[in-house]
Design a binder for this molecule. Structure first.
Ligand code: XMP
Length: 407
């Protein structure tokens, strides 16, 4: 892309070169400029940025927000500081202070609050923030849907109670989830079944608390965007069960303190709040959990098998010191069997796919270039330790056009 000398697309605080690489879909293009606009950047004949400074309108055709646009952040910075004159004085400590005040004000001196914990970064940070504001007037509910990672329910519950001193109830509803998922194959139907069962279980538990008016959710900004739509008003890519549903059914008002934040900001806030790294640095995990990583129908046996394979993968990422180099990594159980050999015998067993991606917010992602000796170690451990798996494959697809999860 070639830039003009406009202050945001070339130089304000960050001097941009005259030519730079950008990530752009060529599907749509500008055929005629609106009145009063001028072109500020092009790729040859194709217009990539325009502006009308008098009306304060600045437009790009490419994606400055993705990592594939190497200087995208600088363009956004130039816009924010050079054009919008923002100060850039956001700090985790200031955010926490302001949110605590806001939460106290919203909830008032007597209302009770309920919070659904998932074991992940977002709900944990939201719960600890609210706990700082109103203490044990918040009751947290941590549901085991039977689709969590290996030992995640037991270990995380321990951290919630003993490290973070949250007022938390652990509910093991695995069997209930397995029974509504029996023979469900379609990914969206699985999501809906898991979401609906979660609401039922949560509702029953919340009613035991008594007079509750508020629900805390760890909704992040990407959840908000993806739930509304990525491609216009009519297409929802995936239904995120953590946004919507519960509040209506239970007649609760929402507290979503992280709604305008991205994951890396939430981690910074969590660190300031004293949340241990084992939770804070944990890779993101979808609400429907292993349910969308077992392709085809879900059974407790398949869950156990996937939990074991996934645990090996994650353990080895830690052993090789590369867990933090990837944004998200997990194993997927494929609905196919293939021929193998063990000793003198022919086997006909399952295939596990390993997925590891680099990303900044999950909205775009690249497959992680993991070392071959690492992949060899994981494959060898899975095929020897996880009975029923005789083949391991590595997923080399980026998002787009793939998604991070397989369902
Ligand atoms: P995709 O597969 O859409 O994933 O590229 C992007 C990020 O979102 C997570 N994900 C979900 N999270 N409920 C969730 O709470 C869901 O239904 C869901 N589907 C995907 C995924 O793990 C990745 O971090």
């Amino acid at each position: 892309m070639e830039c003009s000398s406009s202050p945001w697309i070339s130089a304000a605080r960050y001097e941009l070169p005259f030519e730079l690489d950008v990530w752009m879909s060529h599907g749509d293009h500008v055929t005629r400029l609106p009145d009063g606009f001028e072109t500020t950047a092009t790729t040859g004949d194709v217009v990539t940025a325009i502006e009308n400074p008098e009306r304060g309108i600045y437009c790009v055709q490419f994606h400055p927000e993705v990592s594939h646009t190497p200087l995208g952040k600088e363009i956004i910075r130039n816009f924010i500081f050079g054009i919008c004159h923002c100060k850039g004085d956001w700090t985790p400590a200031q955010f926490i202070k302001e949110e605590i005040e806001k939460i106290r004000e919203i909830v008032g001196p007597t209302d009770n609050v309920v919070c659904g914990l998932s074991g992940g970064v977002d709900s944990t940070v939201a719960a600890v923030l609210v706990h700082e504001a109103i203490g044990d007037r918040q009751t947290c509910i941590f549901v085991n849907n039977g689709l969590l990672r290996y030992r995640e329910f037991e270990d995380t519950l321990e951290v919630y109670k003993n490290n973070l001193h949250l007022n938390v109830r652990g509910v093991d509803a695995s069997e209930d989830f397995y029974s509504v998922l029996a023979n469900v194959v379609d990914p969206e139907l699985k999501r809906k079944a898991i979401g609906a069962k979660f609401i039922d279980v949560f509702d029953i538990e919340a009613k035991k608390i008594g007079d509750v008016k508020w629900l805390v959710q760890g909704t992040l900004y990407p959840d908000v965007i993806e739930s509304v739509s990525l491609r216009g008003s009519s297409v929802t890519i995936k239904s995120h069960h953590n946004v919507g549903g519960l509040p209506d059914k239970m007649d609760l008002k929402l507290i979503e303190p992280l709604r305008e934040l991205f994951k890396d900001e939430v981690r910074l806030i969590g660190k300031d709040l004293g949340i241990p790294d084992e939770i804070l640095q944990r890779h993101p995990f979808p609400g429907p959990g292993l349910g969308v990583r077992i392709l085809g129908d879900i059974t407790p046996e398949k869950v156990e098998l996937l939990q074991k394979a996934d645990r090996v993968f994650i353990e080895e990422l830690h052993n090789f010191g590369i867990y933090q180099d990837v944004w998200q990594a997990f194993a997927v159980l494929l609905p196919i069997q293939s021929v193998g050999v063990m000793g003198d015998f022919r086997t006909y067993e399952r295939t596990v796919a390993l997925r590891a991606v680099t990303s900044t917010d999950g909205m775009t992602a690249d497959w992680a270039r993991l070392p071959h000796d690492f992949l060899a170690a994981v494959s060898s451990r899975i095929t020897s330790e996880v009975r029923g798996v005789n083949r391991v494959v590595y997923d080399i697809s980026s998002k787009p056009p793939s998604t991070i999860e397989w369902e």
